[in-house]
Write a new protein. Sequence first.
Length: 204
Amino acid sequence: YYFTRLADKYLYDLNSPVHNDEFYIPFLESIIESKIVDELHKIRFRYQLSMVLKNRPDSIATDFIYTLASGKRAFLSKIDSEYTLLFFNNPDCGLCGDVREKIIASQILSNLQHPKDYRLKKLAILSIYTEDDFGLWKSHLWKSPSDWICGYDKQMNIRNRGLYDLRKIPALYLLNREKRVLLKNTSVEAVEEYFVKQSFPYSS
């Protein structure tokens, strides 16, 4: 039990400086298979395993329908962009606002969205609200840039069906053109670092 608490704190907690779901998975599998650990204690770890296995890096992100303020519905999979930054957030969440401002202020992400030659645009940003207060969401839309895709989960499938690991809001996922997960539950800084490592001429 001592070691399960340590692993939970350092590998699963998104606030941990050494958080790593991939390192946590074999630990979870071992705990769940253990004949020493009682079944009641395993409930939490079974849930955690189900979450960390969702939309793992290098897997295809689970598709979902989102609804725009106009009422038009669209699919994540249909976004035509080299990269998609998937930003799950709540309008009245202070930390979400901080992350939103970081994205807006990022020169690297701005250059990927607005290159001098529009044909070189590489990045689309999809901002998604997963709760049910449509009025609250709509009243805060002005805070997001007009070229972002801002939608909400009208049927609340993402939450109710557990399509994504949203243990913490805001949550950022970076996807490629095929909607393969490149970074999961990541940070703006990690996204910037990813693009710098790709050596795009306009990502620095």
